[in-house]
Design a protein around this ligand. Sequence first.
Ligand code: SF4
Length: 446
Amino acid sequence: MARVALISLGCPKNLVDSEVMLGLLQAAGHEIVEDAEAAEVVIVNTCAFIEPAVEEAIEALLDVVELRGDGGTPRVICAGCLTQRYGEGLLAELPEIDAFVGPGSVAEIADVVARCAGERSRAGQLLVQAAPTWLYSAEMPRIRTGREWLAHVKIADGCSHSCAYCMIPSIRGPYRSRPAEDIRREVAALIDDGVREICVIAQDTSAWGRDLDDGWTLARLLGSLDLGAWDGWLRLQYLHPDGMVPELLDAVAGVEQVVPYFDVPLQHAHEAILRSMGRRGSAESYLRMIADIREAVPGAAIRTTFIVGYPGETQEHFATLLAFAEQARFDRLSAFPYWDEPGTRAAELPDQVPADEALDRLEALMLLQAEISLEVNRGLVGKQMRVLIEGEDEETGLAVGRSCRDAADVDGEVIVDGDAPEVGSFVDVRITNAEEHDLRGVADRS
Ligand code: SF4
């Protein structure tokens, strides 16, 4: 048995796999350590959806190799999307790495570690890469990392959309939902464990159930969760506009603990660009969708993501996007310059937008959103909001947390004046100041 450290890169979906790997390793008798320098085996669970993520993954792997002493430890295992994307090619490209394990082979991680830790591994590299059909279940051991009051529940893996710029379906396989009963069990266990916020995630969370062919939908799943009198938040992330049906809006409005937060990446608003991306919708249909959300779920916070500088995006297309963002008045908005990813359909498209032009468009969009975000936040001054306390603000030393309008690590924070409430607890806060991202207020202890 070995001392094992794990470095998790990428998004919360990858983090869930990392946490299950840690659970499987511990259950098999391996010792989990935090510090890579103290480990005999280090696993880097990689992300590889675009080139910068690939570069970050390789850098992280080679940084661990640098720690290797004369005894050949730590052994280094590359897990996750990098293995799935490049497979056998990695053996020659990264001869320093002891083993490669794809996301379809998570269940074998303890065995791979045992094989790597022994002398045998020096004989050659291992590649363990099954088809990406694996799904974790509530029964699997899992060691949650990070904030103890927050947990991610991945309800599905893979994606069956075919957005022209995206490698995910080829890396993660087709969409596959976990059974409803299994998700219900996991949610119940997390609530028993004292978790205050559950983030429900998948590549497309709103598509959950479609592949089960037994009438389950995300809305029905939400209604079936045994949340009882749970004092906590359940947040849906990564919703697809095609899945924003009235039934789902009603479920969000109707289940007390489901927060009125809609994270719906739209990617663009001009019909021609959306079609080129392989996506449906238009500025008009998206504005209707946003109006429907705001009508069905009063006070809803809506977040979206856009890509600027997509191949063929003209000034006119971009002007449509800007006008749309101005009308939609998103509560939160992120945008990224298009990344030309080899192997995608978009990479073959003509009329690539020069990088400096894409950056100018990004700046224009983000400047517009900064004004909108500030206005939206100023509208909250004087209101009372429930805040989940998470720590201390570095600058002021005051308590800091998030309202239900803020997802962890991507949205703003609320700084709370006065005596610090306990970390991981909820407190009612009256908002006194607003900035573009963050709010400030005083705890209402009455
Ligand atoms: S829906 Fe998301 S994960 Fe699926 S192909 Fe499109 S961008 Fe990729």
